[in-house]
Ligand binder design. Structure first.
Ligand code: ATP
Ligand code: MG
Length: 238
């Protein structure tokens, strides 16, 4: 579904990604594991068109998307849930969710009605969002905001979603709910690239994983094997 080959990218001339090659097969969940500053978010942004690579090639669903802008890439079905629970704070929970569906549903008039079946699915996945649907997104707890950020990207009905550190700062019980949602999403056929600093959950729910250090892939393989690798255990599972 997604193949990125020999990607070099960075900010203002500084190279952060130094020749990264990754592949995410259709229907799979692939984890991207790395410490602070390894380049996970830079790779996520590059794959989604928020950063243009200096070198390399990105193919999504059989099409070369290298250099396309983020809005074209998201319309092709590759969507990013960015790091840091980005929600539109002054808008309500439901307005945030509806905005996720906006690019794929025409006209304002019957918009709410057209999106209602999809809204129900998100509320089924995260019932707390249903309870809070009229509340301002900015006043949600951190965990609720993370659920909303995931819910909003799913409203776009992506073929593939990149989740950048969905577990950051979440309490164990909320973490469990978010990872259950990720497992459900994958079961429903969405292809997932999951970026995480702490590898335990990411390796548990993914098929394959890439370990990133300093902008390069230092290790890759089936997640169950990496979860038993002593160097991975020491660095990311300890
Ligand atoms: N907007 C930016 N401008 C300049 N440098 C940046 C920018 N964003 C990130 N960097 C640098 O790129 C490097 C990789 O950062 P990146 O955010 O990709 O890491 P990460 O693996 O996502 O880390 P974390 O786990 O902390 O989110 C870091 O050295 C960082 O300082
Ligand atoms: Mg990051």
């Amino acid at each position: 579904m997604l193949k990125a080959e020999n990607i070099f990218a960075g900010y203002g001339g500084s190279n952060v990604l130094k020749g990264i090659t990754i592949e995410v097969p259709e229907g799979s969940c692939v984890a991207l594991v790395g410490a602070n500053g390894a380049g996970k978010s830079t790779l996520a942004k590059t794959l989604c068109g928020l950063l243009i690579p200096e070198k390399g090639r990105i193919v999504f669903n059989g099409r070369d998307i290298t250099g396309l802008c983020a809005s074209s890439i998201s319309r092709k079905g590759l969507c990013l849930c960015p790091e840091g629970r980005r929600v539109f704070a002054p808008l309500s929970v439901e307005e945030n969710l509806l905005l996720g569906a906006f690019p794929r549903l025409p006209s304002i008039g019957p918009f709410r009605k057209k999106a209602s079946g999809d809204l129900e699915k998100i509320y089924g996945m995260f019932p707390i969002l249903m309870d809070r649907k009229s509340q301002q997104a900015g006043s949600l707890s951190g965990g609720e905001q993370q659920m909303l950020a995931i819910g909003r990207v799913l409203m776009a009905k992506p073929r593939m979603v990149i989740l950048d550190e969905p577990s950051l700062g979440l309490a164990p019980i909320v973490l469990k709910e978010v990872f259950e949602a990720i497992v459900g999403l994958r079961r429903a056929g969405t292809t997932i690239l999951l970026s995480e600093q702490f590898a335990k959950n990411a390796l548990a729910v993914s098929d394959r994983a890439y370990i990133l250090e300093n902008g390069t892939v230092v290790l890759e393989g089936p997640s169950s094997e990496l979860a038993r690798d002593p160097s991975v255990i020491e660095a990311y599972l300890g």
